[in-house]
Design a protein around this ligand. Structure first.
Ligand code: FAD
Length: 449
């Protein structure tokens, strides 16, 4: 039976009716085949057709557009790259860190431009982003990151003190914040579907419920097998992110890690008045295993993060996690005591893509006929749209400011095979948990439970 994608997130099930494109049922020849119909795949198809309308471009999506992380995320279009700017600087140096932040700033602006140009109906708003300190140790960590932004000659981010934060959003836990007005919020399922509408308008062919079973590469072409038809393509774009585990050429370049979300019933006017939050900013804290939260257009509180899950082997069926859901539900009341008793109406999760060195990657794969995008690290809403534009330029062998920028065509180190991979992931996760607990030991914060 075909999977009911509407169960996969509140957004996928509650964003109006959706008309699926039919699956591929014949053999097809095309110039470029795009595997994966998330933000990255659809954006690539759109930019290819925009750049060269004569190209025949086919998107092959295993379920429906936005079925993966693109239809399930919290909808933050943000500049975060990898885990933390200081870690990126430690691993890759100041110049690449600067480039990656500029890449992300461009990505955030690009989403806004796409929304305006194509009148994408995706509940786009640009309320800005608060990265909140919930313990003195996190205040120091965030202030250091704000200082690093300035040290790198970047702008657009400031530290604001507790009084200022509390004027915006009332929580007993808030001690100060990174404030970044550039960032936006969207309904991600609507954004993915609207980008599909535009890609199709420009002439891209989109085949849903068309899983790619096998990809064969020869000097002449790529032969892509799906259940009811084979695609022969001159070039290929692999936009499978966390699902890349099933693609042999990408398998070791990233690992899927699951993150979870709970959603409340709509808040009452009295609850909203008590919380403030008139500016409706997107909020994260600065644990290693962050919380991310926001209001939806109908004033529900979406609370996500707090822990992540890694699994042994290639099983991708880990979208529900009662333990993390229960933790998130408790955390809502820690952040906002006035929300005690509020009902949770939706719970869901999805996989994000994690490279060994914890920063995104895209570029050519083996030769200039194949490109890929993966490693979003849970921050891919904006990133993937710019990746789509960059993958287009790479396939068309055109240079732009962004094709020359880190993280494009960077060297990616493979994860080791099982069981070493799983043991290594558990060890890294254990360290991240322990550090969070340590940073929360003297202050208010969820790790005390
Ligand atoms: C719960 C959650 C919350 C998140 N919150 C945020 C946030 O607020 N802000 C942010 O920036 N990022 C967030 N992210 C990350 C963000 O959603 C992703 O980075 C982004 O959506 C990745 O897009 P993508 O197109 O690369 O991959 P995906 O959206 O995962 O798309 C990949 C697609 O490929 C398809 N596919 C895979 N294999 C095959 C195959 N063999 N044949 C055919 N099709 C295939 C899949 O079905 C899927 O639709 C979150 C992620 C999750 C899971």
């Amino acid at each position: 039976m075909a999977e009911d994608y509407s169960e996969k997130s509140f957004w996928l099930g509650n964003s109006g009716s959706y008309s699926e494109n039919p699956p591929l049922t014949t053999d097809l020849k095309c110039d470029v085949a795009v595997v994966g119909g998330g933000f990255a795949g659809i954006a690539t198809a759109y930019y290819l057709k925009k750049a060269q309308p004569s190209l025949k471009v086919a998107v092959l999506e295993g379920f429906v557009i936005g079925y993966g992380a693109s239809g399930r995320n919290a909808g933050f279009a943000m500049t975060t790259f990898g885990l933390m700017m200081s870690i990126t600087k430690m691993l890759f140096g100041p110049e690449k860190t600067r480039q990656s932040h500029r890449y992300m700033e461009r990505a955030v602006d690009l989403v806004g431009e796409l929304v305006a140009e194509h009148k994408l109906e995706c509940d786009y708003e640009r309320p800005g982003f608060l990265r909140i300190a919930t313990t003195p140790a996190y205040s120091k960590r965030i202030k250091d990151e704000v200082d690093l932004v300035k040290e790198l000659g970047l702008e657009g981010v400031n530290w604001i003190e507790a009084d200022e934060v509390k004027k915006r959003v009332h929580s007993p836990l808030y001690l100060g914040a990174w404030w970044e007005p550039r960032c936006a919020l969207v309904n991600p399922a609507k954004l993915a579907r609207e980008m599909k509408r535009v890609a199709v308008k420009y002439g891209a062919e989109v085949y849903e419920r068309t899983p790619v079973i096998e990809i064969k590469r020869s000097p002449q072409a790529f032969t892509i097998k799906t259940p009811k038809g084979t695609v022969t393509a001159d070039k290929i774009a692999l936009a499978t992110n966390a699902y890349s585990l099933a693609i042999p050429e990408l398998k070791a370049m990233q690992q899927p890690v699951w993150t979870y979300i709970v959603l409340t019933e709509p808040l009452s006017k009295a609850q909203l008045d008590e919380m403030g939050w008139q500016g409706r900013e997107g909020i994260e804290d600065y644990r290693n295993l962050v919380h991310y939260y926001r209001l939806t257009p109908d004033n529900r509180l979406l609370m996500g993060g707090r822990d992540v899950i890694v699994k042994y082997g290639a099983n991708m069926d880990n979208d529900m996690n009662p333990k993390v859901f229960a933790q998130l539900e408790r955390d809502i009341v820690d952040f906002y005591p006035c929300l005690k008793g509020l009902k949770i109406t939706h719970r869901w999760g999805g996989p994000v893509s994690v490279p060994l060195d914890m920063v995104p990657a895209l570029g050519y794969l083996a030769d200039k006929r194949a490109v890929y995008s993966l490693g979003c690290m849970g921050h891919g809403v904006s990133l993937t749209h710019l990746n789509g534009e960059v993958m287009t330029d790479l396939l068309l062998e055109r240079k732009s400011e962004w094709t020359e920028c880190f993280p494009v065509n960077r060297k990616v180190f493979n994860w080791p095979p099982e069981p070493i991979r799983f043991v290594g992931e558990k060890a890294i996760l254990g360290y991240l948990h322990a550090e969070d607990a340590w940073l929360e030991r003297k202050g208010l914060g969820p790790a005390k439970k």
